[in-house]
Design a protein around this ligand. Structure first.
Ligand SMILES: [Zn+2]
Length: 341
């Protein structure tokens, strides 16, 4: 046993160039090669023998250098790298075998594409579309349920469901941002780009401070926060664009905003109706908002905390910014200077 250990150490330290035992320097160097008609730059690792002043690679290094060259080719031609291929599979909680079953491919194909063989364009596109749209993955998963073991199916399904809920929220955000893209003059967004992190922070703050906070009052509190901050600094906080409605100001895409994962709310019965009550979640820190913005929120919360919804709506009806705006039109932050605060 002891002898075998020693032999192995000897082997590990044996230099294949001079055939002596010595420490070899690990060298990283840039290489250029032609692969599939493309010139490829990549980094390879080699060992240096000081006795012969020459370089060589172990079997393992040759294989790693090959992957590194192919990954450089993949990057250059817009294909997923081997690591990206693996990470998409692992994101869905699949082994190589289960992914092969779900996609209807040979198990060896999946293994090869994660190692030394550059994937074909069809496989590359398939993986990219699964990563972009996990709903496609669920369809294939369900269709191949019977070919998977119960445990694999359960494990993959659980992971996929989690991805889908994140995906939904992500698309909700994109859809809100899309509504704000383009045609708005900064005077309607308070010289600020829409910041959904700040929007949810504002909503959760008022949900914490105000008891029984429902939609109409919440929207007024957001409007007063943004307009009052604009009056003080020339900038709104959230970047929301508010429209004049009968009940006061309503931000564009508010119906989507209140569905964001980070907005804390409960569904409660009021009379015969189910309505959203905003409940907040935490104390305010300056991680998302500046101290100046926090001060603004405190002023607004202090003034309106005890107002009924009807009272705050009435207050807003008397604001110049409201009076001077046409029905169903965006409200100009320029009128913030006349705010009754
Ligand atoms: Zn040597």
């Amino acid at each position: 046993m002891e002898k075998r250990e020693r032999d192995r150490e000897k082997d590990n330290n044996l230099c294949f160039l001079c055939m002596e035992e010595h420490d070899k320097e690990l060298v990283k160097r840039n290489q250029k090669t032609i692969f599939k008609d493309e010139e490829v730059d990549y980094e390879e690792q080699v060992l240096y023998c000081k006795n012969t002043d020459e370089y060589y690679s172990t079997e393992e290094m040759i294989s790693e250098n090959d992957i590194s060259m192919k990954d450089a080719y993949r990057k250059k031609t817009g294909l997923l790298t081997s690591k990206e291929i693996i990470s998409i599979r692992e994101k869905f909680g699949c082994s190589q075998k289960s992914l092969a079953i779900i996609l209807g491919l040979g198990e060896k194909t999946v293994t090869r594409y994660e190692n030394h063989q550059v994937q074909d364009k069809a496989y590359d596109n398939l993986l990219k579309s699964l990563a972009d749209n996990p709903l496609l993955f669920v369809e294939s998963l369900k269709a191949n349920k019977d070919s998977l073991s119960k445990d694999s199916f359960r494990k993959i399904f659980k992971k996929t469901n989690k991805i889908i809920s994140e995906y939904d929220n992500h698309y909700l955000e994109l859809s809100i941002l899309a509504e704000y893209e383009g045609d708005y003059d900064p005077v309607f967004t308070g010289n600020t780009n829409l910041n959904l992190k700040k929007v949810t922070e504002l909503v959760n703050y008022f949900g914490t401070i105000v008891k029984d906070l429902f939609l109409v009052k919440l929207m007024k509190l957001l409007w007063y926060s943004d307009f009052y901050h604009y009056k003080k600094t020339g900038h709104g906080i959230s970047g929301l664009c508010y429209f004049k409605e009968k009940m006061g100001a309503l931000p564009k895409a508010y119906d989507k905003i209140i569905l964001l994962d980070d907005v804390k709310k409960e569904t409660v019965m009021v009379g015969d109706n189910l309505v959203d009550k905003f409940v907040g979640s935490k104390t305010l820190t300056n991680a998302v908002l500046s101290n100046e913005e926090i001060e603004t929120l405190e002023v607004i919360a202090f003034k309106f905390k005890k107002y009924s919804t009807a009272a705050i709506v009435e207050e807003m009806h008397n604001e110049m910014a409201y009076i001077k705006t046409k029905d169903k039109s965006p409200m100009s932050y320029d009128k913030a200077e006349f705010l009754n605060i």
